[in-house]
Design a protein around this ligand. Structure first.
Ligand SMILES: *[C@@H]1O[C@H](CO)[C@@H](O)[C@H](O)[C@H]1NC(C)=O
Ligand SMILES: *[C@@H]1O[C@H](CO)[C@@H](O)[C@H](O)[C@H]1NC(C)=O
Ligand SMILES: *[C@@H]1O[C@H](CO)[C@@H](O)[C@H](O)[C@H]1NC(C)=O
Ligand SMILES: *[C@@H]1O[C@H](CO)[C@@H](O)[C@H](O)[C@H]1NC(C)=O
Ligand SMILES: *[C@@H]1O[C@H](CO)[C@@H](O)[C@H](O)[C@H]1NC(C)=O
Ligand SMILES: *[C@@H]1O[C@H](CO)[C@@H](O)[C@H](O)[C@H]1NC(C)=O
Ligand SMILES: *[C@@H]1O[C@H](CO)[C@@H](O)[C@H](O)[C@H]1NC(C)=O
Ligand SMILES: *[C@@H]1O[C@H](CO)[C@@H](O)[C@H](O)[C@H]1NC(C)=O
Ligand SMILES: *[C@@H]1O[C@H](CO)[C@@H](O)[C@H](O)[C@H]1NC(C)=O
Ligand SMILES: *[C@@H]1O[C@H](CO)[C@@H](O)[C@H](O)[C@H]1NC(C)=O
Ligand SMILES: *[C@@H]1O[C@H](CO)[C@@H](O)[C@H](O)[C@H]1NC(C)=O
Length: 530
């Protein structure tokens, strides 16, 4: 039985399959297979029952098969380690050869689901291609590939071909910075009575960025003095994410350590720059901004100069009135000086003024400025010196008026001040009693201050005196008050006397009347004892 069937097996199945396909009704009537369709996991096993009208039945397949049961007209085979789809054929040699085939479908989840690496940095507003590779997975007709941003589905496509690459294009946005992209396969075997099998790739995080085409702004420092710290600032707007921008500031070959502050979509980097005397001349200041995989650079030329302030000298800083003072100013060669008080002359790097010191020149400030042109910019440095002139003391009419005449009780201000350098000491005793002149606000003026004072101003430069007369007018007012008081007194006395006299007279008149009435009563009343 079996040996014969096995011998003709190689050529037979194909022929029978063709026959079965062409004449399905014929095969079916002869041999039957159960189940007619089966879906099993890859590497799994299945039992197939072949039955025929006669006893001579067999199963034609490349798969490992073992006979597990049999009857007189049927056989049950176990097909194991099934790796691929196949169509085993049941055959029987009754009167003639007949056969029937079944479809065995293998299913399995993909062995690889991987999202291709994303660019290290993705510019916002540019298309990003996501590519998902899927290896394995069967049956392919039931396999779908889904591309995801976080939980959001971006695309859903069927997996076709053996090894599949599924692509999707998305426009990169700011909000995609930090977003996780992934892909997922879905093997939907629910129609076959099995479940939905999902496999996901490892997520990949995207970093998006915006770096404007414009270069960063560098503080407009065209000239700078050596040995002096200068603040340099580099700023840029419209970056995203600004905090991830790397900023470098440099002077020549030197790297500066900037302090970078971020605010919204912009940053500001500041650093202190100091060049040494030997670095005089033009230098390059560089600000470099790196974000994503791009760089923006601004270079600026800075000319470092050395320009000391001019030397301004006075022949003597402190002189007595009438002394000739020399004021001299000298600057850096190439600079042009302007000395206050000097007549305008030819532009030169030095200037000079001679001066016969007077009291007006005390505390006079001389200033000398030097102008130097560096890289098209005019720089100015100024020095000042103050002259001290010793003079005085002075106590003339404008300092201290000699005659003051005031009404008593009025409000006045008595001014008397000696001028001079050094400031003189002023002493004003009254001639007859030595009382001091009451300098300052008088409210009110009292007659006691009247008199002649002898003011003396004294300093290391000498002394001067001046008489000050203070007259207080008061007598007219006093007389009027005395007269008024006297008149009032006299009138008051007269009035009181008249009143008292009148009153006394009335009392006497009343008493006389009362006495007369009492007398009349005594005469008219008869004596009636009780
Ligand atoms: C195989 O099929 C035949 C005919 O339909 C049946 O009689 C037999 O019981 C089946 N065997 C098994 C193990 O199901
Ligand atoms: C069939 O089974 C035998 C033993 O179980 C094994 O050695 C052999 O490799 C298998 N063949 C196939 C094609 O699976
Ligand atoms: C096989 O035998 C059946 C009857 O058993 C017959 O109907 C059929 O025509 C035969 N087929 C061939 C190809 O001879
Ligand atoms: C087996 O698969 C083939 C091709 O897919 C199909 O034509 C045939 O009808 C299937 N057979 C059964 C019994 O389902
Ligand atoms: C795919 O998912 C299944 C469960 O759905 C799991 O058993 C299998 O290991 C997964 N395959 C891979 C490659 O992760
Ligand atoms: C991005 O791709 C879409 C189609 O996939 C296209 O219409 C669009 O012009 C592209 N945009 C850019 C900025 O390349
Ligand atoms: C998907 O993109 C890759 C490159 O990323 C390309 O090689 C491949 O052909 C693309 N596949 C499809 C189906 O467009
Ligand atoms: C993306 O994944 C990383 C790590 O897997 C996680 O820390 C991060 O929060 C995720 N981002 C988003 C937007 O979910
Ligand atoms: C300085 O000025 C004073 C007064 O104006 C005068 O008496 C004196 O001679 C002058 N001195 C010189 C050196 O010109
Ligand atoms: C100013 O004076 C200093 C010290 O006396 C000297 O070293 C310097 O050269 C002078 N500067 C100028 C511009 O003459
Ligand atoms: C003050 O005034 C009187 C008279 O008005 C005058 O005789 C006297 O010279 C004056 N004295 C001074 C110091 O001006």
């Amino acid at each position: 039985m079996a040996p014969g069937a096995a011998r003709c097996a190689p050529a037979l199945p194909a022929l029978l399959a063709l026959l079965g396909a062409l004449l399905p009704g014929l095969g079916e009537a002869q041999v039957s297979v159960h189940p007619r369709e089966a879906i099993i996991p890859r590497g799994g096993s299945v039992e197939v029952n072949c039955s025929a009208p006669c006893s001579n039945v067999g199963l034609e397949t490349n798969l490992n098969k073992t006979e597990v049961a049999s009857g007189h007209n049927w056989k049950t085979f176990r097909l194991s380690n099934v790796q691929e789809d196949s169509s085993p054929i049941c055959f029987a040699n009754c009167h003639n050869q007949t056969s029937d085939s079944m479809n065995l479908t293998v299913y399995g989840t993909p062995s690889l689901v991987e999202l291709a690496p994303l660019p290290r940095w993705q510019p916002v507003g540019e298309n990003l291609t996501l590519s998902c590779q899927v290896v394995g997975g069967a049956p392919r007709a039931s396999l779908t590939v889904v591309l995801l941003r976080g939980e959001e589905e971006l695309s859903r496509q069927p997996a076709v071909g053996k090894a599949t690459q599924v692509n999707a294009t998305v426009l990169a946005r700011r909000e995609d910075h930090g977003a996780n992209f992934s892909c997922r396969t879905e093997l939907d075997l629910r129609p076959q009575g099995l479940g939905l099998f999902q496999n996901s790739s490892a997520p990949r995080q995207l970093r998006t960025f915006v770096l404007p085409e414009t270069n960063p702004r560098l503080s407009d420092l065209r000239v700078a003095e050596v040995e002096r710290e200068q603040l340099v600032e580099c700023t840029m707007d419209g970056l995203f994410p600004a905090s991830e921008a790397e900023v470098h500031l440099g002077l020549g070959d030197r790297r500066l350590q900037p302090t970078v502050t971020y605010k919204g979509d912009s940053f500001s980097a500041t650093a202190l720059v100091k060049a040494h005397a030997e670095e005089q001349g033009p230098q390059k200041l560089v600000c470099e901004v790196m974000l994503g995989d791009q760089t923006r650079t601004t270079r600026e030329k800075v000319t470092f100069y050395s320009f000391p302030a001019p030397n301004l000298t006075l022949s003597q800083p402190e002189v007595s009135e009438g002394t000739v003072v020399t004021v001299e100013c000298e600057a850096h060669a190439g600079a042009v000086v302007t000395l206050s008080g000097a007549a305008a002359g030819k532009p030169a790097s030095r200037a000079r003024v001679l001066l016969n010191a007077s009291s007006e020149d005390d505390e006079r400030v001389f200033s000398c400025s030097a102008d130097l042109e560096v890289a098209g910019q005019v720089l100015r440095k100024t020095r000042t010196r103050q002259l001290r002139v010793l003079y005085g003391p002075k106590l003339d009419k404008k300092d201290c008026l000699g005659n003051w005449t005031w009404q008593e009780g009025s409000t006045q201000t008595l001014r008397c001040k000696a001028s001079g350098n050094p400031t003189p000491e002023l002493n004003c005793p009254r001639k007859w009693d030595g009382a001091q002149l009451p300098i300052g606000d008088l409210k009110p003026v009292k007659r006691e201050i009247a008199g002649t004072y002898k003011c003396q101003a004294k300093s290391s430069q000498g002394e001067v005196t001046r008489d000050v007369v203070v007259i207080v007018i008061y007598h007219e007012n006093k007389l009027a008050i005395i007269i008024l008081v006297t008149v009032a007194g006299v009138l008051g006395t007269l009035g009181t006397a008249a009143y008292l006299y009148n009153r006394q007279r009335k009392i006497q008149k009343y008493r006389l009347q009362k006495a007369a009435e009492a007398a009349a009563l005594k005469l008219n009343t008869p004596a009636t004892p009780p």
